[in-house]
Write a protein of this length. Structure first.
Length: 143
């Protein structure tokens, strides 16, 4: 597990965020995150599944109670694993589908009753990311 802190750059809100790189959200992960949150009162969001490691195997299981985390809870998960994630324990879930090029790709998500087609709204320069972190992020925990 690795945790770092930085301003969220992949949305328009730019909230101060704790990014948690862990494929399993266990009691131990929640305990460490809670401790780090107490030490960083400026944090408004916890982002599970961070680090650019989103793959078919990442963030596939939450086996802990997240109710003690009182800030916004976000999860990032590979599209192949979304059906295994209890989305109700998060305030927001980001579903990632890696592609070779964005040219000609129009994302579409479908439920039983709603179909949503997305247009390009926000483009982020991802070239400065190293080991999952943007250049201004600060690593604050690693085991």
């Amino acid at each position: 597990m690795r945790i770092w802190k930085g301003s969220e750059r992949e949305d328009k809100e730019h909230k101060m965020t704790l990014f948690v790189e862990a494929s399993l959200v266990s009691d131990r992960v929640v305990e460490v995150v809670s401790k780090v949150l107490r030490q960083n009162p400026d944090v408004e969001r916890v982002y599970f599944g961070a680090g650019g490691v989103t793959g078919p195997e990442s963030l596939c299981y939450v086996c802990a109670d997240l109710s003690c985390i009182k800030v916004e809870k976000v999860a990032e998960i590979h599209s192949e694993r979304i059906k295994f994630l209890d989305v109700d324990v998060f305030d927001k879930v980001i579903m990632t589908t890696p592609v070779k090029s964005l040219e000609k790709i129009v994302p579409k998500i479908q439920t039983d009753s709603v179909l949503r087609v997305f247009k390009e709204e926000l483009e982020v320069d991802f070239s400065e990311v190293s080991k999952g972190c943007y250049n201004n992020d600060v690593e604050i925990y690693k085991d």
